[in-house]
Design a protein around this ligand. Structure first.
Ligand SMILES: *[C@@H]1O[C@H](CO)[C@@H](O)[C@H](O)[C@H]1NC(C)=O
Ligand SMILES: *[C@@H]1O[C@H](CO)[C@@H](O)[C@H](O)[C@H]1NC(C)=O
Length: 222
């Protein structure tokens, strides 16, 4: 038998957990401490983010960005191009906890498997047809083919990709709850790092011979 007072404590405990959950997961970047903080990318000292440009030097132009209006150059091994509106290209995003990418795909293009260590991702297909997929930490693969106007969410930090499975070009816009989500692109992180990962790490990890590792490296000019 559970006494009424211990079930009362149980209820209180559940309420406390429910109250705490939103605060634990409400955002990836810390909240801003002022209206804005235009990143001074030249500052010699660095904190967890960028110091602010003096307010007197801020102009309206600082809050606008034209970079995502331009189609990316997809002439590369993946036939896809990611253009980023993050704090580096758009310093007005500093401390605002958000950023966006434009992803252009030539026919058959692939935004190669990658993860964003500091952010979840939400995306919308603007043109074409994309296969979007991610893998959980339990190695469960979730995927779907999306058409224009349809959306996806990639939980923070999980390995994911988008592949153009339509007939022509494709285009997607993605958004992040970080001003600098970062990207670990698996093929280049593992096979085109500086200095290179030791061959014995890669041959053992993928259960292949040296020649396979060298062949993959050569595709990335490494
Ligand atoms: C940073 O340095 C560049 C080149 O010296 C300059 O054009 C730019 O105005 C500087 N930006 C800031 C915020 O001081
Ligand atoms: C696109 O990139 C390729 C490879 O780097 C380059 O040869 C080509 O000139 C670029 N095209 C444009 C329009 O910039």
């Amino acid at each position: 038998m559970v006494s009424s007072s211990s079930s009362g404590y149980g209820l209180l405990f559940c309420l406390l957990i429910l109250l705490l959950v939103p605060f634990r997961s409400h955002s990836a970047d810390p909240d801003p401490l002022q209206d804005f903080c235009l990143a001074n990318l030249n500052a010699t000292s660095s904190v967890n983010g960028f110091p602010c440009k003096p307010v007197s030097a801020v102009t309206s132009e600082d809050f606008f960005f034209n970079g995502l209006s331009v189609e990316g150059n997809t002439s590369n091994v993946f036939d896809a191009a990611v253009t980023s509106a993050n704090v580096f290209s758009f310093p007005g995003l500093n401390t605002q906890g958000m950023s966006m990418n434009r992803v252009d795909f030539a026919t058959g293009g692939l935004n190669a498997p990658h993860s964003h260590p500091r952010s979840s991702e939400i995306g919308v297909v603007i043109k074409g047809k994309l296969l979007v997929g991610f893998v959980t930490t339990d190695n469960v693969f979730h995927s779907k083919v999306l058409t224009v106007g349809q959306m996806f969410v990639i939980p923070r930090g999980l390995v994911h990709f988008q592949r153009n499975v339509g007939k022509g070009k494709a285009l997607a816009f993605t958004a992040f709850n970080s001003h600098f989500p970062g990207a670990v692109v698996l093929p280049t992180a593992l096979f085109a790092s500086t200095p290179p990962l030791p061959n014995e790490v890669l041959t053992k990890a993928f259960q292949v011979e040296d020649q396979v590792v060298n062949s993959i490296r050569s595709k990335f000019g490494a």
